[in-house]
Write a protein that binds this ligand. Structure first.
Ligand code: FMN
Length: 366
C-alpha cells in the first residue's frame, strides 16, 4: 500500500533507512533505451549524503546495481530492478529512541498505523527511501530528453528569508543545470548561495535547522500531456511532490500569488510565434485545464525546517511518559540542497507517465 507511483511508467520503491538496502522496480519502461549504471549513478550522487559540509555527515556511496530489465546495455521492456545497499548505518545512534517519539518526525504516526516500526533512522519515513525515486527518475529523464528534448532543472530559490530577487532572470535551462552544481546550496545566484551557506552553517552551530523553497522548471514539454479530470497534470505533480519527506506546499505557475491579481493581470494572452501558438506570460505555469500547453512548466515546493535539531525538546514515549530529548545521530541542517534532484526526479516520473498517457488519448497517435 502506498509505495507505487505512475499508471503506465510504474515505479515501486522499497527499503528502510537502516535495512540492508533500498531501491525500486520500474515496470513498463519501453524496450530499446540505452541504459547503464552510470546514467543512474550521476543522479544518485547529487542526492547522496555526505556530499558537502552542509549535508548530513553519514557516509554512503549509494552505488546502484541494475539487477534486471537491461541486457547488453539496453532495456528489455521487462521490470527494471535497481538496488542500493546501505553501508554506513549506525544503529546505536537510535537505540535511545526506540520508545521515544521525536517531535515532527513520523515515529508516532507510524506506530499508530502499523504497531511495529523500524525505528532506526526513521525507517521507511526516512528520506533514504527517495533513492528509489531518484534512480527511477534518472531513467524517466533519459527517455524525456532523448524522445522529446524535455529538460528538467530544480534549484534552491529560498532558505528561510534569503530569497532570489523578484527580478532574478533564470538563464537558459542547460546553463541553469550547470551553474547550480557550482555551489553547495544549488542556488543559481552565487552570491546569494554564499549567504545561504553561511546561514545554514550558523544555524547548525546553534543546534537548529532551516527550511525553504525549491523551484523546478521543465522545458520543451509538448502541448497535450495530462489526463483530466482526476489525473490532471498539475494534480499528479502536486501528489508526487508532496510524497517527498518534509514538503509542506506546492504551487504551479503563479500559485498563491494569483490570488492577489485581477483576471486582466493574470490571463496568459495567446499569440503566434514561428507558426507555434504561445502565451505572452506564463502565470499558468505551463498547464491549463490539467493539460500541458507547451510553455515552461513551473513548480514551487515548500520544505519545512529539518525535524532533527541538536537541542533539548520535550516529548513523550510510547508509554505516554513525558521526557526530555536531545537527539544524537547525523542529520541535514537543511534538506533543500539534497532535495533538488528528488524534486527533478518526481517531476520527470510524472511527465514520462503523462507522455505515455497522451499516446493513448487519441487514435491518430496509435
Ligand atoms: C533530502 C532529504 C533529507 C532529509 N534529511 C533529514 C534529516 O537528516 N533529519 C531529519 O530530521 N529529517 C530529514 N528529512 C525529512 C524527514 O525525512 C521528514 O521530515 C520526516 O520523515 C517526517 O515526515 P514529514 O516531514 O513529511 O511529515 C529529510 C528530507 C529530505 C527530502
Amino acid at each position: 500500500m502506498g509505495s507505487q507511483l505512475g499508471r503506465y511508467f510504474r515505479v515501486t520503491t522499497f527499503g528502510e533507512s537502516h535495512g540492508p538496502g533500498l531501491g525500486c522496480v520500474v515496470e513498463n519502461c519501453p524496450a530499446g533505451l540505452l541504459l547503464c549504471e552510470e546514467d543512474i549513478q550521476k543522479e544518485l550522487d547529487r542526492r547522496r549524503p555526505g556530499q558537502s559540509r552542509i549535508t548530513t555527515p553519514r557516509q554512503e556511496r549509494d552505488r546502484v546495481e541494475i539487477l534486471s530489465g537491461v541486457f547488453e546495455g539496453k532495456t528489455l521492456g521487462t521490470p527494471i530492478a535497481l538496488l542500493v545497499r546501505n553501508e554506513n548505518a549506525r544503529a546505536k545512534d537510535y537505540e535511545d529512541f526506540r520508545h521515544i517519539y521525536r517531535p515532527s518526525h513520523a515515529d508516532y504516526t507510524y506506530d499508530m498505523r502499523y504497531g511495529h516500526r523500524a525505528h532506526l533512522g526513521g525507517g521507511r519515513a526516512s528520506a533514504r527511501t527517495t533513492i528509489g525515486v531518484v534512480a527511477a527518475g534518472a531513467i524517466a529523464k533519459k527517455i524525456l530528453r532523448e524522445k522529446f528534448g524535455v529538460e528538467i532543472c530544480a534549484y534552491v530559490a529560498q532558505i528561510k528569508d534569503l530569497a532570489l530577487a523578484k527580478d532574478f532572470k533564470l538563464p537558459d535551462i542547460r546553463t541553469l543545470q550547470q551553474i547550480i552544481e557550482q555551489n553547495e546550496v544549488r542556488c543559481p545566484d552565487n552570491e546569494l548561495a554564499q549567504a545561504m551557506y553561511r546561514l545554514i552553517q550558523d544555524t547548525r552551530q546553534d543546534g537548529d535547522s532551516l527550511g525553504g523553497v525549491i523551484e523546478a522548471v521543465a522545458e520543451n514539454v509538448p502541448p497535450g500531456w495530462g489526463d483530466p479530470v482526476f489525473d490532471r497534470l498539475d494534480a499528479m505533480i502536486a501528489r508526487a511532490i508532496l510524497a517527498i519527506p518534509a514538503t509542506k506546499g506546492v504551487e504551479i505557475g503563479s500559485g498563491f500569488r494569483s490570488t492577489t491579481m485581477t483576471g486582466s493581470e493574470h490571463n496568459d494572452l495567446f499569440y503566434v510565434e514561428n507558426g507555434k501558438i504561445r502565451t505572452r506570460t506564463n502565470h499558468s505555469g505551463g498547464i491549463q485545464g490539467g493539460i500541458s500547453n507547451g510553455e515552461r512548466i513551473f513548480v514551487r515546493v515548500a520544505f519545512k525546517p529539518t525535524a532533527t535539531i541538536a537541542r533539548m525538546q520535550t516529548t513523550v514515549t510510547d508509554q505516554k511518559e513525558e521526557v526530555v530529548l536531545k537527539v544524537k545521530g547525523r542529520h541535514d541542517p537543511c534538506v533543500l540542497p539534497r532535495a533538488v534532484p528528488i524534486v527533478e526526479a518526481m517531476l520527470a516520473l510524472v511527465l514520462v507517465d503523462a507522455a505515455m498517457g497522451a499516446k493513448l488519448a487519441r487514435l491518430d497517435s496509435w
